[in-house]
Design a protein around this ligand. Structure first.
Ligand SMILES: [Zn+2]
Ligand SMILES: [Zn+2]
Length: 265
């Protein structure tokens, strides 16, 4: 069974020559989850050889443009491809107006059944016999929530994945990251920009790695990089000195979710 992350875009705020706006696609058995589709997500999916018609769920952390400006395009695309759905869309309840605008942003024939899930974190977002998805509140200045997906197993700890952005270090981020197998976490700034990170509600690479250590997260995928740092090198150097298993995400690359850390329960 494939459990793999595709980094569609890794830039905060402004797309650059090498980084698109955010976008993260998770293959999880027969689920295809799209997190935070920023502007240009359709094009990044084409470059990454990921099919929009396969999307089962779309999960939005907050309604800053770099995390949602691609939603309108994706919703229209699903109908264009005559996808029946249902496709579930999760987002902070306070941002419902932005979701509705995205749904009605242009002229098209709405074919796909879209099921909106306005959320008030913390809560269980979805649960079936195979997995559970929950959300926690983050600390960013606007209403922002993170997500954690966990496999349900009786014989051992289930494999898990967490999506944490945008945020300062906070209890919600720690809870999502707790002993998770793959932690995708924002790392907008470097240590020298700690003050700015705090003021703007973001993390430095150092803070992201420290949070991962504190939470005992196994593999850390850093992303959401500021345009002022065109290379991933400094983010890697900072984080790697703190956590042993760090990836600095690159657009269109695939990263396997590592197997569960621990032995049977
Ligand atoms: Zn952002
Ligand atoms: Zn933001």
């Amino acid at each position: 069974m494939t459990r793999e992350l595709v980094a569609l875009g890794t830039s905060s705020q402004v797309p650059t020559r090498s980084r698109n706006h955010n976008g993260y696609f998770l293959f999880w058995d027969d689920e295809r989850l799209l997190f935070d589709p920023g502007e240009g997500t359709q094009r990044q999916m084409a470059l990454s050889r990921v099919e929009p018609r396969e999307i089962t769920r779309i999960l939005i952390t907050h309604f800053h443009g770099d995390h949602c400006l691609g939603l309108a395009g994706i919703l229209r695309r699903l109908s264009l491809e005559k996808v029946a759905g249902p496709v579930h869309v999760y987002f902070p309840a306070s941002g419902r107006v932005y979701f509705e605008r995205a749904l009605a942003a242009c002229v098209y024939e709405a074919v796909t059944e879209i099921v909106p899930h306005p959320l008030k974190a913390p809560m269980v977002v979805h649960e079936d016999e195979r997995m559970i998805i929950r959300t926690e509140k983050l600390s960013h200045g606007v209403d922002t929530i993170g997500y954690r997906l966990e496999e349900k197993r009786v014989d051992r700890r289930g494999q898990s994945f967490a999506h944490v952005m945008d945020t300062r270090a906070c209890a919600g981020a720690l809870a999502l990251a707790h002993e998770v197998d793959m932690l995708v976490i924002e790392s907008t700034y470097l240590r020298t920009e700690t003050k700015e990170a705090r003021e703007r509600g973001h993390l430095t690479a150092t803070q992201a790695a420290e949070l991962a250590v504190q939470a005992k997260a196994r593999r850390v995928v850093l992303t959401h990089f500021s345009q002022r740092h065109p290379s991933n090198g400094a983010f890697m150097a900072e984080a790697k000195s703190i956590h042993p298993d760090v990836i600095t995400a690159r657009d269109t690359r695939r990263y396997a979710v590592p197997p569960p850390t621990s032995l049977p329960l």
